[in-house]
Write a protein that binds this ligand. Structure first.
Ligand code: F6R
Length: 364
């Protein structure tokens, strides 16, 4: 059932091109984005005043990515919260707030409770869910399914990628209906979206190089992930993937925050993985890379093809293909997943069933 792969996680990583394509294909028609299950008229989309994204774990990282995209592309204020905080903090919602709950399993207890709380307060709840007919899918006002198929490995990969894709579609739909992007821009974005599956596949085929690199860090004590903007969102997911399956301590930081405390943890040889996919922020993040290198860090940079400058600030560079700045997370996550996977394999960890973790967290 693992289809020749050593682990479900590896198999599911390789299913990502399909998960992404299956999530966008049914929603693209004649150069337009059609999300019937959204159940919102163009008028209702224009009336939205706030989006609140609520989820746990990796799904909440999708929320962080979504915030950057929605605010920049559609100019709608977005709040992101983990469900366990949201449900107990008396959030401010009304009938012009759309609460987006994101969940692979559709059964996460805190996320389900957050959904109920949001409904009670009169907000419209949209679920982005992978498991058809799950509790969250049944209770949300509207459901947009991610078509990743069943995910077995505890560490999410393909469901996460499908969630990102769903968020892109939603942001593009909102941005277009609210006249924040032109038809030309929309078609360009659609073209970039359609290119993602093949680009992801290319990155997956680069696994040999990542495996070799990962093998150098099997004994690491701490690994840091840094990024700015949308690259910060992907840093969080890269860090979680690593720590949950390899048991190496890891944290993600907004790069500009390093010097407010964390940089004291950087020692000779500490690995810092730096995400460098936003051209406007290249200079800023590269100066953070220099800062940690000066303190002895070894820097792995993940950047866009053609950014040869990054090689000056990184000790080891992984390239991802050019795409829209909104979509880089879908590509940058691939080397980070592979890195986490090969470190865990190299350390002899139970990759598909990490200690203390359950696939679906149905208790609070
Ligand atoms: C990490 C991971 C978890 C889940 C989280 C939410 O790899 O899988 O962090 O993302 O438990 O689960 P769902 O999406 O089922 O609500």
């Amino acid at each position: 059932e693992k289809g020749g792969y050593e682990h479900f996680m590896l198999k599911e990583m390789y299913e990502q091109p399909k998960a992404i394509a299956d999530t966008f294909s049914p929603r693209l028609k004649n150069g337009e984005i059609i999300i019937e299950e959204l159940g919102m008229s163009p008028e209702e989309i224009r009336q939205v005043e706030k989006i609140m994204i609520v989820a746990c774990g990796s799904a909440s990282h999708v929320g962080h990515t979504a915030k950057y995209i929605f605010e920049d592309m559609a100019r709608i204020p977005v709040e992101v919260d983990v469900a366990s905080e949201f449900r107990y903090r008396n959030p401010i919602l009304n009938d012009r707030t759309v609460v987006v709950v994101i969940s692979q399993s559709g059964e996460t207890a805190d996320t389900l409770a957050a959904l109920r709380e949001a409904k009670k307060q009169g907000a419209r709840v949209l679920g982005i869910v992978n498991v058809v007919g799950s509790s969250i899918a049944r209770e949300a006002d509207n459901v947009m399914y991610t078509w990743a198929g069943p995910e077995i490995a505890v560490a999410t990969t393909k469901a996460y990628s499908a969630q990102l894709t769903a968020v892109y579609l939603l942001a593009m739909k909102f941005a277009y209906e609210r006249n924040e992007i032109s038809r030309e821009m929309l078609s360009e974005l659609i073209d970039e979206l359609k290119a993602l599956p093949i680009q992801v596949e290319m990155l997956l085929n680069n696994q040999g190089k990542i495996q070799k690199f990962a093998n150098r860090y099997l004994a690491a004590k701490n690994i840091f992930f840094i990024g700015r903007g949308i690259d910060y969102a992907i840093s969080m997911e890269g860090s979680l993937k690593l720590k949950e399956i390899s048991y190496i301590h890891s944290e993600a930081y907004a790069a500009g925050e390093l010097k407010h405390g964390t940089i004291s943890l950087v020692e000779e040889g500490t690995l810092v993985v730096s995400l460098v996919t936003q051209k406007e922020l290249y200079k800023k993040i590269m100066s953070n890379m220099e800062e940690v290198r000066t303190r002895g860090a070894f820097v792995m940079g993940v950047t866009l093809e053609g950014n040869l400058e990054a090689e000056k600030s990184a000790d080891y560079t992984v390239y991802i293909p050019e795409t829209s700045p909104y979509f880089t997370n879908s590509l940058a996550i691939i080397p980070l997943q592979l890195f986490a996977y090969y470190i865990a394999v190299g350390r002899g960890c139970d990759v598909d069933k990490p200690r203390n973790l359950a696939k679906s967290v149905t208790v609070e």
